[in-house]
Design a protein around this ligand. Structure first.
Ligand SMILES: [Mn+2]
Length: 396
């Protein structure tokens, strides 16, 4: 069985006010070429097709055209597309029936009473078990066990069997994701790879944007084919499609990757870490006029230092006559004096991140970075304080 595995397209993304549809179309063109070259039995799209649950009609139209073009590139190929946490599960299935006529399986839910759209045969080649993201507590241990049992019965355990999912797996590398935003903190909502089951020869995952293989080569995040944010272009990040070949049931998959070129690249200034405003602006002033890119400025502020009041004007001047696009400033503050003991002295949360973070998580992260064991007693004391504050606020 031969697969092409991709995920996390995030079509329709509003990227700091810019429209990335041309970049997405360029990514799809590269995928079409790959499909023509490889002629796989299946193309797997493991969720986060869209960036938001209700994308604009132009984005939905583009998606339909992309999928039809992929189908036409290799009509014998089955396309399996599950919904991710950014997609609407019910909208994902609206056109399930006409899509089936083009050998495309749109899977938005998993229902133990009817797994007909979840256990998908690839005639004479194998099976694909497709389970979309679900945000309730539905995917329990019991669900996975029952699904594995049903899969054994339907498939007869003869041909290669592939699981497709959109989930965070314990112990994987979250680099580039905002791990303080709550979803991933403390491993909450993470699934153990063992829970999913042992019958599957390959576990094709979406959700985490950093491509990575784990569980002895049996499970993989294909990663986002295009960087979705500026933290996805730090060193160690690669954006690609995965080509997976499975010789027979119970054999180890052989995985290759095909790198994806991004039409309009994302550029951090400086490339790694942060620099003071003057250094950042010097680099921006020297940025080549003929390179199209989205630029984020990573500015290190010291003590009470603020960003210049005329920063927008200064940035506009630095980019005058150039084809690069300014996208965002990512400031961080270095605090000296009383906080010198705080690890490297850099408070790693921006204000935006801090606003989205639970107070308890801020405290826990502070404790961790200072090698303080955060005991249950601290936990209780802090919750008591929060309760008192909330009660006082409600009175006012
Ligand atoms: Mn995603």
């Amino acid at each position: 069985m031969k697969l092409i595995h991709t995920s996390d397209w995030h079509l329709g993304q509003n990227f700091h006010g810019y429209d990335r549809s041309a970049d997405h179309a360029g990514m799809i063109a590269q995928l079409i070429e790959l499909v023509k070259e490889e002629r796989p039995d299946a193309l797997i799209i493991a969720g986060d097709i869209y960036d938001i649950p209700v994308p604009g009609t132009a984005v939905q139209k583009a998606f339909a055209e992309h999928i039809v073009a992929l189908h036409n590139a290799c009509p014998a190929m089955t396309i399996v597309c599950i919904s991710g946490n950014h997609d609407s599960a019910s909208r994902h299935e609206v056109h399930q029936t006409p899509w089936e006529a083009l050998n495309v399986r749109m899977v938005g839910k998993a229902d133990m009473e009817d797994l007909s759209s979840n256990i998908i045969p690839l005639p004479d080649k194998g099976w694909i078990v497709a389970v979309p993201y679900t945000n309730d507590r539905f995917l329990t241990d019991k669900f996975y066990k029952n699904l594995e049992q049903a899969t054994k019965e339907v498939t007869g355990e003869v041909l290669p069997t592939v699981y497709v999912g959109h989930a965070a797996i314990n112990g994987c590398n979250f680099l580039g994701h905002d791990i303080m935003s709550g979803r991933f903190v403390g491993g909450i909502e993470c699934t153990g790879i063992d829970e999913i089951g042992s019958i599957y020869d390959y576990i094709a995952l979406g959700h985490i944007h950093k491509a990575q293989t784990f569980d002895n080569g049996r499970a993989r995040y294909s990663g986002s084919p295009l960087p979705v944010g500026f933290d996805e272009i730090r060193s160690g990040y690669e954006h690609s499609f995965s080509i997976v070949e499975i010789e027979s049931h119970n054999s180890t998959p052989v995985i290759r990757t095909k790198e994806v070129a991004c039409g309009c690249p994302l550029v951090n200034i400086p490339a790694e870490g942060y620099a003071c405003w003057d250094e950042v602006m010097e680099e921006l002033n020297n940025f080549p006029a003929d390179i199209e890119a989205y630029i984020r400025l990573n500015v290190l502020l010291k003590d009470q230092q603020m960003l210049p009041y005329n920063k927008d004007h200064l940035i506009t001047m630095a980019l005058a006559g150039k084809i690069a696009h300014y996208a965002a400033i990512n400031p961080t503050r270095e605090i000296s004096g009383s906080r010198e003991s705080a690890g490297d002295g850099i408070v790693s949360l921006t204000m935006e991140e801090l606003k989205k973070t639970e107070p308890l998580d801020v405290l826990k992260s502070y404790a961790t970075s200072n090698d303080i064991v955060f005991s249950d007693e601290y936990n209780e004391m802090f919750n008591t304080v929060i309760k008192i504050i909330n009660a006082t606020e409600n009175e006012n």
